[in-house]
Design a protein around this ligand. Structure first.
Ligand code: ZN
Length: 304
């Protein structure tokens, strides 16, 4: 397709003005699949249902969430269209293959890849096909990285989903990056795998205490997902879990056979959320089983 942008590029290239064109683009427009979240903070989402974030600090770039080799290659290209600064860090949110793969792309670009020790140990023991073990790990509940005058806080909130789940906060810009613990505009993920439901609720309450206005969510089904979301999304996700549990218990109180309950609960308030028709019954099964068998997965506190 011969777009206005490409025709301008051709004309300027013919005139020998390619350098001028490049600086003009970086000053006035953003690459495809990139949105500006705050000053020097960007989200990247190529339409694969995964959003990454990057921060341009003045002394290098901090990127969050590599996802896969394909996603990382696109993310790195987008970063290079925004700035000529090198990528110094690729930060992983947690251990799962569908989030923490593709790290080699950023190692090759000279970045240090980093994950919480719990995620690191799992990744070392269960390295996925597209995954590499991070360069470094961190332990405890909190780590701050400061680069070029920008500080990013890494918060480990304890058990909730996967291992070493990290919530990222840019305190000055009041921007958070949150993977899997909150997904705007969508019911819980399928059978809610590797989530401890009560710990998820506790973690969402702790996220609400963090000081941020905007958040980039790795998964986001809101119409303007590339632009990120707000703290209201955390409140809404927490309320969904509580509404679903209340609906389940309302059926118990009516004497409905527990095995029938997941198939009949309805939450019309959320009918417009993504995957409501497909996943609500699976979500209900998971909540019901968690309250029946006791919380799972669970682990002893051994990271401090
Ligand atoms: Zn996950």
């Amino acid at each position: 397709m011969f777009t206005v942008k490409s025709s301008v590029a051709v004309i300027l290239a013919v005139l020998g003005c390619a350098g001028f064109y490049n600086s003009m683009v970086s000053a006035q427009t953003l690459p495809d699949h990139v949105a500006k979240i705050a000053e020097d903070v960007y989200s990247y989402g190529p339409g694969d249902h995964y959003y990454s974030m990057f921060i341009v600090t003045g002394e290098g770039v901090i990127a969050i969430e590599s996802i896969s080799t394909e996603h990382s290659e696109g993310l790195l290209q987008a970063i290079r269209e925004v700035t000529d600064q090198p990528v110094k860090f690729m930060l992983h949110s947690h251990n799962h293959w569908d989030h923490a793969s593709g790290g080699q792309v950023f190692k090759d670009a000279g970045a240090t890849t980093l994950a919480h020790i719990e995620a690191y140990n799992w990744m070392e023991a269960n390295t996925g096909r597209d995954m590499v073990v991070p360069d470094e790990s961190w332990r405890g509940m909190r780590k701050d990285i400061t680069l070029g005058g920008t500080t990013i806080e890494l918060h480990y909130l304890g058990m909730n989903h996967g291992l070493g789940m990290t919530v990222f906060l840019l305190p000055e810009q009041k921007v958070a990056y949150i993977a899997d613990l909150v997904t705007p505009n969508r019911v819980l993920f399928s059978i809610v795998p590797d989530f401890n439901i009560r710990e998820l609720e506790r973690s969402q309450e702790e996220i609400l205490k963090l000081d941020f206005d905007k958040a980039v969510y790795t998964h986001n089904e809101a119409p303007n997902a590339l632009e990120g979301g707000t703290k209201q999304d955390v409140t809404d996700n927490l309320q969904f879990i509580r509404d679903l549990r209340a609906a389940i218990y309302a059926e118990f109180n009516k004497g409905t056979n527990p095995m029938m309950v997941p198939g009949i609960v309805l939450l019309p308030k959320y009918k417009d959320w993504a995957m409501y028709d497909q996943w609500l019954e699976m979500n209900a099964w998971r909540l019901l089983l968690d309250d029946w068998k006791g919380p799972f997965p669970w682990q002893p506190d051994h990271v401090h």
